[in-house]
Design a protein around this ligand. Sequence first.
Ligand code: FES
Length: 115
Amino acid sequence: MPTITFANEKKEIQVPAGANLRKEALSAGVSLYPGIHKVANCHGFGTCGSCRVLITKGMENTSSKGIIESARLAGLLAYIGNEGTMRLACQTTVKGDITVTTCPPMNMFGENFFS
Ligand code: FES
């Protein structure tokens, strides 16, 4: 069974292969949504972008980005500089061990943002 490690929460959970990252996180009591997005989100349809996370280890153990996810991420400022690690939890299937950072901050002044 794959293990999801939530870095900020210092929590590990085991999930069945093929599990949805959003559903498993919420079931484990891990908050994916910052601020108002706790109630104002698209509930997993991939349209609001508020469930974004960083997969800091094991990206190869997740599903590929689909059209909806790719389009939504491309419209997020926070995606700039995080193209290799950012996913929408609701659109991500877990196939193996991964490490996840929830509610990643937007780094507008980092070295990658304006480059
Ligand atoms: S819950 Fe809205 S994009 Fe994932």
